[in-house]
Ligand binder design. Structure first.
Ligand SMILES: Cc1cc2nc3c(=O)[nH]c(=O)nc-3n(C[C@H](O)[C@H](O)[C@H](O)COP(=O)(O)OP(=O)(O)OC[C@H]3O[C@@H](n4cnc5c(N)ncnc54)[C@H](O)[C@@H]3O)c2cc1C
Ligand code: FES
Ligand code: FES
Length: 469
């Protein structure tokens, strides 16, 4: 899929490679979009990938002295979900990050990647627009700041240039007199694209709304402001009549299309309903209701920090991928142009990890990369260089099944067994994260894993049994 894969360790190195290879190089962050787009032939001519995930410090979320929040370019959805600062000062962004895919996708997918892919259905664009975000774009000889509203020129089209890297996402932290919420409406509860999404941030002077931002996703070519609703709310108290009228204005602002997920008329009505729900949640002080207090991350008992590299590495077929799998050192000469899933199976010969869908949907390929659960079908193989991988073969010790594996046997949670390695990996991380998870937490943990045989009851019982034992 690529001729050359570079693991950069400074931003300068990454920018230099982009400048040298203008139209045939691309940055790769979590690769959850890029790998599938490259497979489908969407980036013809691109054969150099610059991985920025090993550059130290890019996964930080900070608040500066002017009360501005900064997200580094490697901040993932789960970094936002886990952040106290984002919960307290940018709740709509946390709620949007929580809605993305599954835990494994949230562990790799970044906010930067989500903004740059730029699908109008993407979750984090509308909250960041409602929060007034700006993007800092840097090339080897320039830096510019672009308001998020001005970043998009059409469906999946942005103003970023091939030699530019997004190095900072910044927006004012919400203050005490501001309230906000993000709501997504989709056809299922996880791993689903927005049919409609709505973000809102309202500023209050006592009970009166002094300022309102309402943004709508998946209802136009790019994320849009519901301007008439925003203007209408200014100077108003949130009575039920006001909420209903504002929701109607929001619906009028949307210009959705008919597609396989819903008709335009249906989407317009859903904009009204979801906007009304959001405004009601704010009016009732119930904005936090759709998000668990301590969401499951599948980080286990650690934080999500990538393993460090001492120098930039260039994989062009000559340099082996040196990696640790299940505690054993591997030096793999072949496989640098593959996914990590294929590298593990075909080059390292560990076939416990399964390929179900090869597009991040089924979880059969779940492994731990630098300690957190990820979909290995969406990880480029050279990302494993200098990293730590654990596969299902690493769960048993000295030939003895782990407590969880034994519980799967005892509860008959396995039929054909194809999905089982993935479930075991997700549940192993869950049990590191929580001694006695609730049923809801177990469900959160396995939202990225599909089983076609057992139904999920026995799998959930097995995880409960292992936690009891
Ligand atoms: C199964 C599945 C489910 C998903 N569910 C959802 C969902 O529910 N909601 C949703 O919004 N998205 C979803 N996604 C899409 C995807 O996971 C997100 O868009 C993710 O945030 C992309 O981030 P990434 O780090 O993986 O980007 P990458 O794939 O690494 O990159 C995406 C694009 O951004 C560019 N890029 C990345 N970082 C930079 C940078 N710093 N500077 C310049 N260019 C950069 C890359 O060159 C590439 O063009 C899903 C994807 C999958 C596979
Ligand atoms: S999620 Fe990777 S194979 Fe299905
Ligand atoms: S046991 Fe067959 S797919 Fe889950």
């Amino acid at each position: 899929m690529w001729r050359e894969y570079i693991n950069a360790i400074t931003i300068e190195e990454a920018l230099k490679t982009l400048a040298e290879n203008k139209n045939n190089a691309k940055i790769v962050a979590g690769a959850t979009d890029l790998i599938l787009e490259m497979e489908s032939g969407a980036h013809k001519g691109v054969d150099v990938l610059v991985d920025v995930s090993r550059i130290p410090g890019l996964d930080k979320i900070t608040l500066d002295e002017d009360n501005v929040i900064h997200l580094g370019p490697m901040v993932t959805h789960n970094h936002c979900v886990a952040s106290k600062l984002i919960r307290e000062r940018a709740l709509p962004l946390l709620q949007a990050s929580w809605e993305v895919g599954s835990p494994q996708i949230r562990n790799r997918g970044t906010i930067s990647g989500n903004l740059i892919t730029g699908s109008p259905a993407n979750d984090t664009i509308s909250p960041l627009m409602a929060l007034g975000a700006e993007l800092v774009l840097r090339s080897s000889n320039d830096e510019r700041v672009v308001r998020l509203e001005e970043f998009y020129t059409g469906v999946r089209r942005t103003v970023i240039q091939p030699d530019e890297m997004l190095v900072d996402i910044r927006f004012p932290a919400m203050s005490e007199n501001q309230r906000g919420v993000y709501l997504k409406f989709a056809l299922r509860r996880a791993q689903a694209i927005s049919l409609v999404n709505v973000a809102m941030v309202l500023t209050f002077n006592g009970e009166i709304v002094s300022n309102a931002f309402i943004t709508l996703g998946s209802v136009a070519k790019t994320i849009i402001h519901a301007e008439a609703a925003e203007r209408y709310l200014e100077g108003k108290v949130l009575t039920s009549e006001v909420l209903e009228q504002a929701a109607r204005f929001a619906s009028d602002a949307s210009t959705p299309i008919d597609d396989i997920r819903g008709s335009a008329a249906y989407r317009k009505e859903i904009v009204r309903v979801v906007t009304l729900r959001g405004l009601m949640a704010i009016a009732d002080g119930k904005e936090e209701e759709n998000i668990p207090q301590e969401p499951i991350l599948l980080w286990g008992n650690r934080t999500a920090t990538p393993s460090e590299l001492s120098q930039q590495t260039r994989h062009d077929g000559l340099k082996p991928i040196e990696t640790t799998i299940n505690g054993k050192h591997y030096e793999l000469q072949s496989g640098q142009e593959k996914t990590l899933l294929r590298l593990i199976r075909e080059d390292a010969g560990l076939i416990g990890t399964k390929e179900g869908c090869a597009e991040g949907e089924c979880g059969a390929c779940t492994v731990f990369l630098d300690g957190v659960a990820v979909m290995s079908c969406l990880v480029p193989a050279p990302r494993a260089h200098g990293a730590e991988i654990v596969t299902v073969e690493g769960l048993s010790k000295d030939g003895e099944l782990s407590k969880l594996q034994q519980a799967f046997v005892d509860e008959a949670a396995v039929q054909c067994g194809y999905c089982t390695p993935g479930f075991l990996m997700s549940a192993t991380k869950l049990l590191e994260e929580r001694d006695r998870p609730t049923q809801d937490e177990i469900k959160q943990a396995v939202t990225g894993n599909l089983c076609r045989c057992t139904g999920y009851y026995k799998i959930i019982s097995a995880i409960e049994l292992a936690s009891e034992r």
